[in-house]
Design a binder for this molecule. Structure first.
Ligand code: UTP
Length: 232
């Protein structure tokens, strides 16, 4: 990938807080990885998701309140992303821009730092959409989506155990696969609202899992495990 443009990573909250607590081991490795890359001239925007924290709050509120609006549930998710993003910002305190992006209308002018951390903004989407807004606003060429989903599959692997990972898929085909209505806590390799913006911007998205050697291969333009979603 081209170092002269920033790389936007949508870091699934499932990697920061999987079910059962903060993944300290992953975060230690991620810390070292990003610092090494920064030392070699890469610049990153990292948008952090809500993970199990978001899902726990959303599920509990649904159970306790019963009738609850998607708006209220999305805000529980958004606040979870803020907490996780502050964790990442704390880890990178000495190298990251001091402000975590939470309002995407306020563009950072004269950005000096090689790293910016961002979190959720408005109800009705996931941090994948927020990451795509950063691609649009900060001249990135592509978006890397890291989560506990390591690839796009030819069918839903939760329903069809024989589903196979695909190396490359067009946005047209991908959009057909994820025709779900938005709902708080929605999980898919890339969110449907963000997909629409990616198509408008003609932006490629790389869907990969949590393996950092694999992320390294992708950055270096080598063969990687995961899926490229792109126009035809
Ligand atoms: P994400 O869906 O982005 O985090 O936000 P995640 O689930 O941890 O990411 P993955 O699946 O691992 O990639 C959690 C929830 O926060 C709300 C939504 O309800 C979303 O499902 N949210 C997040 C918003 O409403 N708006 C935002 O801008 C971001």
């Amino acid at each position: 990938m081209d170092k002269s443009h920033p790389i936007v990573i949508s870091l699934g909250g499932s990697l920061v807080v999987p079910n059962g607590g903060i993944d300290t081991r992953f975060l230690k490795e991620f810390n070292m990885f990003i610092r090494q890359k920064i030392a070699r001239g890469w610049r990153f925007f990292i948008v952090v998701g809500g993970g199990a924290t978001a899902r726990h709050y959303i599920d509990s509120a649904r159970e306790i309140v019963g009738q609850i609006s998607d708006w209220d549930l999305d805000f529980l998710g958004i606040h979870s992303t803020h907490l996780n993003a502050h964790m990442i910002r704390t880890i990178f305190r000495d190298v990251a821009h001091p402000r975590v992006i939470m309002n995407y209308q306020k563009k950072i002018v004269n950005l000096q730092e090689p790293l910016v951390i961002a979190a959720g903004w408005k109800p009705g989407c996931s941090t994948d959409y927020d990451a795509m807004l950063l691609v649009r606003d900060y001249g990135a060429n592509a978006l890397i989506n890291m989560s506990n989903i390591d690839s796009v599959y030819d069918k839903d692997p939760k329903k069809f155990p024989e589903a196979l990972p695909v190396k490359k898929i067009s946005w047209r085909e991908f959009e057909k696969m994820i025709t779900g209505k938005w709902s708080p806590g929605f999980s898919s390799p890339f969110d449907p609202v963000a997909t629409k913006l990616a198509i408008q911007l003609d932006c490629s998205v790389y869907v990969i899992g949590k393996n950092l050697d694999n992320l390294g291969k992708l950055l270096e333009g080598k063969d990687f495990e995961g899926t490229l979603i792109a126009s035809e």
